[in-house]
Write a protein that binds this ligand. Structure first.
Ligand code: NDP
Ligand code: 2IT
Length: 444
């Protein structure tokens, strides 16, 4: 049996009931086949794939907190420190009822390759909890965050592990987590990114994932002789990534006609009103039905369906496995030209394959959504030198990083004989840097 197949079998056998983790590993290892098979005995002897797919450390902890009725609640807390070969662990914290070890491990594994692609010195990690922030009071959110950090502080630090936001974690949560870390440790250091501007945050970090996604998409289109100008775009999600992807796509002349949340989706033929969307989601924390109420041109549909709209470019920005095979078929039937992932692993393996086989330009999240973590690394640099850069400076660096990522994955796809397969290009380019660092550091 080939070493790649052996490694894949081992991951599935040793990590039962972790389907998302299996899926992420499968996608990466399949892409690496060509690299591994060129020097299979060496990699097998050094157990490289076993080390790459086993987290350096996975921390699981109890998070007790008291709700507004005086009832004690208990949630599961996680931090998976996956790989520190190229820098301190870096990656977000997710607060969502679906969070479990499989999801945190898939996200941590993806983060290793993504962070490598940014070209900045950051290793990969991820964490979170099955706590559901929806409908909680500010005091309940604070109580949860303080309890979460009261355990997490033992394992994180500006030079060891630097968490940030993800689903359900934005500026409010980062503030409460930071305050508790400082209170316990007495350290005013860059232990978290995505901080508020008044206490060490970076300009453009809020916008960075969505803007970065659109910068990369723009470069992709430019290199194929076209642009976003005049294109129709669908976006899923209505959170941090979706909102700023919509904003930047519109600034570059595209018409974005959809967004969605976990209850339904909006079709707005006049183009999404991003100011209204921000008010509904960032200020009021309301449902998309509220957007519909205030926007006569919008059609709201309960449930799934965002990929049924005819568009040139689709940007999935909500969550994992939200774009299924039947959605890919609908997009292809409607003539979609490019799909670039803003979320982590939003497209199932079958849907990805279908899009690629039908000539759709497809860029995986670990390349196209890397602008968020890249700007987090820029926040770390600013914290280290105790300075703040201007918005123009951060934005210019973000744009450069995204353009560079596109060319890096494009070149890797060409070098390994899979031109235009950006999944393979991203996995191989991300892998080569991590492996180089792992091999240089010996068996650790
Ligand atoms: P937010 O919490 O700000 O927004 C998430 C959005 O996705 C919401 O509209 C939410 O709807 C929707 N959503 C979440 N879960 C589901 C679900 N199970 N079914 C349908 N819709 C769902 O998160 P972000 O925008 O930060 O994250 C979105 C994606 O981008 C995630 O995959 C995240 O890992 C990834 N990402 C985020 C980065 C960042 O910097 N924030 C960086 C790189 C990737 P509702 O409000 O109804 O729950
Ligand atoms: O998935 C991701 O890259 C993030 N949620 C951002 C991580 C970070 O450290 O900024």
């Amino acid at each position: 049996m080939s070493y790649v197949d052996e490694a894949l079998e081992r991951v599935i056998a040793q990590n039962p009931a972790q389907p998302e983790f299996h899926q992420a590993v499968k996608e990466v290892l399949e892409s690496l086949r060509v690299v591994i098979e060129a020097d299979e005995e060496k990699y097998r002897k050094e157990a490289l794939l076993e080390r790459l797919t086993t987290p350096e450390r996975a921390i699981l902890f109890r998070v007790p907190w008291v709700d507004d009725k005086g009832q004690v609640q208990v949630n599961n807390g996680y931090r998976v420190q996956f790989n520190s070969a190229i820098g301190p662990y870096k990656g977000g914290l997710r607060l969502h009822p679906s969070v479990n070890l499989s999801i945190i491990k898939f996200l941590g594994f993806e983060q290793v390759f993504k962070n490598s692609l940014t070209s900045l010195p950051i290793g990969g990690g991820k964490g979170g909890s099955d706590f559901d922030p929806k409908g909680k009071s500010d005091r309940e959110i604070m109580a949860f965050c303080q309890s979460f950090m009261t355990e997490l502080f033992k394992y994180v630090g500006a030079d060891t592990d630097v968490p940030a936001g993800d689903i359900g974690v934005g500026a409010r949560e980062i503030g409460y987590l930071y305050g508790q870390y400082k209170r316990i440790t007495g350290l005013y250091e860059g232990v978290l990114t995505g901080k508020g501007l008044s206490y060490g945050g970076s300009l453009v970090r809020t916008q960075a994932t969505g803007y970065g996604l659109v910068y990369l998409t723009s470069e992709l289109l430019k290199c194929h002789g076209t642009s976003l100008e005049g294109k129709t775009v669908s976006v899923s999600g209505a959170g941090n990534v979706a909102i700023y992807a919509i904003e930047k796509a519109q600034q570059l002349g595209a018409k974005v006609v959809t967004c969605s949340d976990s209850t339904g989706w909006i079709y707005d033929p006049e183009g999404i009103d991003v100011g209204l969307l921000k008010d509904v989601k960032e200020v009021r924390r309301a449902r998309l039905t509220e957007y519909k109420k205030r926007r006569p041109s919008a059609v709201y549909t309960e449930g799934r369906g965002v990929w049924s709209v005819k568009v040139d470019v689709a940007l999935p920005c909500a969550t994992q496995n939200e774009l299924h095979l039947e959605d890919a078929k609908a997009l292809v039937a409607n003539g979609v030209y490019a799909v670039c992932e803003g979320a982590n692993m939003p497209t199932t393996l079958e849907a990805t394959q279908f899009l690629q086989e039908n000539g759709v330009l497809f860029v995986p999240g670990k390349a196209s959504n890397a602008g968020g973590v890249a700007t987090s690394a820029l926040e770390m640099s600013q914290n280290s030198e105790r300075l703040s850069w201007s918005a123009e400076e951060v934005d210019a660096k973000l744009k450069d990083i995204m353009i560079n990522i596109y060319h890096n994955i494009d070149n890797a796809s060409k070098k390994y004989g899979m031109e235009g397969n950006y999944v393979a290009g991203a996995n191989i380019a991300g892998f080569l840097k991590v492996v180089n660092a792992m091999e240089a550091q010996g068996i650790v």
